[in-house]
Design a protein around this ligand. Structure first.
Ligand SMILES: [Mn+2]
Length: 260
């Protein structure tokens, strides 16, 4: 048990030193975005072995635990990789990492922990960054936060409305702005999407979270990917999005989707 707590403590310190908005620039060739892995350890291992290479950054879009059979192994593996390669790999927060803020279901990973481990995991994962950006791309778990400017993502407090929009937000392939939503999952339409993307000066949103969403919405500018076999059915294919850096990405057409 001791090494597990040390790993969590060390990872927590690392996340405290990261901004909530990760800005990827500089001498990088590409960014690889990874959708929900949800207890699919094999998916995470494959991504790391293929893409943890020079001049490539890796961004995981959240939801590492619950649903799949290897939640514990998956989150431990990812935290170890993060500690070993802190500048090359980034772990964003999904709704399944926010147990400290609000309870949800299914939560097989969280409900299987004893009190002390539940507390330490919840506190550690509540420190994760919320979004990443590179050139024309913004990436996060669910929907865009209604903040005045991109940099304000750094000030978002877990539990606030913008936090809920990022970690729990859904998109509907329809016009309209804020469409309500149910069970704490706010839902947004194209009007909201266009308004926020213009405000942030971004062209393409890459996100995960919503298994019933079309892979592309809003003229290919909202791309939803999954990297877990845990959903089964239509979402069983494990896909990552490879985004070239150094030129302006306009839509999903500029992104390479790779099955892993
Ligand atoms: Mn999710």
């Amino acid at each position: 048990m001791r090494p597990e707590f040390e790993l969590l403590q060390e990872a927590g310190r690392l996340f405290e030193g990261e901004p909530r908005l990760i800005e990827l620039q500089g001498d990088n060739e590409r960014v690889v975005f990874v959708g929900d892995t949800h207890g699919d350890l094999e998916a995470s291992e494959r991504v790391i072995s293929r893409y943890l290479v020079p001049r490539t950054k890796l961004v995981f879009l959240g939801d590492y635990v619950d649903r799949g059979p290897h939640s514990w192994e998956n989150i431990i593996f990812l935290l170890e990789q993060k500690l070993r390669h802190p500048q090359d790999l980034f772990l964003l927060m999904g709704n399944h990492e926010s147990w400290a803020i609000a309870k949800f279901s299914p939560a097989d990973f969280w409900l299987g922990l004893d009190r002390e481990r539940e507390r330490v995991y919840a506190e550690t994962l509540a420190k994760l960054p919320l979004a990443a950006t590179a050139d024309g791309v913004i990436a996060l778990h669910g929907a865009l936060p209604d903040v005045a400017e991109l940099e304000e993502i750094n000030e978002i407090e877990p539990g606030s409305e913008p936090w809920r929009q990022i970690t729990w937000g859904d998109w509907a392939d329809s016009p309209g702005d804020s469409l309500g939503g149910m069970w704490g999952r706010p839902q947004f339409g194209q009007g909201y999407f266009e308004r926020l993307m213009r405000r942030f000066g971004k062209n393409l949103l890459i996100r995960s979270h919503q298994p019933d969403a079309p892979q592309e919405m809003f003229e290919g500018r909202c791309l939803t990917i999954f990297t877990s076999s845990a959903y089964g059915g239509l979402r069983a294919a494990r896909t990552v999005a490879v985004v070239p850096l150094g030129w302006e990405v306009h839509s999903a057409a500029d992104v390479e989707l790779v099955a892993i």
